[in-house]
Ligand binder design. Structure first.
Ligand code: FE2
Ligand code: FE2
Length: 240
């Protein structure tokens, strides 16, 4: 998608902070920029997997946009970090990420499992996570960034749901995916828990993240209220 929003030239909510808090926030947003660029790399690999399994053109289109959306997110996070640090944004460090190996799964299932893990599960949770962050954001720069990401992440989750609902996935593949979804949900929840554990315990009200406990509750709610019903809706049966 094209760039839709820019950070404000001046944000009084950032200017009024003490230097130590600004540097803490700068480091948090720089780490987030790394995470976003890595997600872009993962989307590029998901995109090639979707070609491999004959995904529909509309799904390829959505996945292609996601690749560049994540690069834009990374740039916006780096720019935001620069605003907190009081310097120009630091350059991004792109790399090729490794995808989950899904030991024991049939080779032909891997591209489907990668799209399920990244899009149906991770991006659905990410959208709920961003919604919770946006609700507590007071600094205009942070609100702008969260709004931009939230709108995109809803579309990124749709890559997975649209693929599973398409004719590129037959009933037997849906059944095999359903058998492995509990394992994917467990691994994804663990990854979110590990990531949340690196954030400040009580959050940074108004400028970054809500408290850790609240964020973990958001992850669990998203799994139960968005992800599990999503699999039901596209005919992927997941045991509890
Ligand atoms: Fe993103
Ligand atoms: Fe995303």
């Amino acid at each position: 998608m094209s760039v839709r929003r820019a950070l404000p030239d001046h944000d009084p909510a950032i200017a009024e902070l003490d230097e130590a808090t600004r540097l803490t926030l700068a480091a948090l947003w720089e780490e987030r920029a790394r995470s976003e660029i890595n997600t872009g790399s993962a989307f590029a690999r998901v995109l090639t997997g979707l070609y491999e399994v004959g995904a529909e053109a509309s799904v390829l289109d959505l996945a292609g946009r996601a690749c560049t959306d994540e690069v834009r997110h990374a740039g916006l996070c780096a720019e935001l970090a620069g605003r907190y640090r009081g310097e120009a944004a630091r350059p991004l460090e792109p790399k090729r990420v490794h995808m989950p190996t899904h030991v024991g799964a049939p080779r032909a299932l891997l591209p489907h499992l990668h799209v399920v893990g990244l899009c149906c599960i991770n991006e659905s949770i990410a959208a709920a996570f961003l919604d919770a962050c946006l609700a507590e954001a007071r600094a205009e720069s942070v609100q702008v960034m969260h709004r931009e990401h939230l709108a995109d992440d809803v579309a990124h989750a749709r890559v997975g749901w649209a693929h599973l609902a398409s004719r590129a996935v037959d009933d037997d593949t849906r059944r095999q995916i359903g058998e492995l979804v509990p394992r994917l949900l467990y691994a994804n929840r663990e990854a979110w828990r590990d990531r949340i554990a690196t954030l400040p315990e009580h959050g940074v009200p108004g400028h970054a993240y809500p408290a850790r406990a609240a964020l973990m509750a958001v992850v669990d709610d998203a799994i139960d209220a968005i992800v599990r019903p999503g699999f039901d809706a596209v005919g992927v049966s997941v045991r509890r």
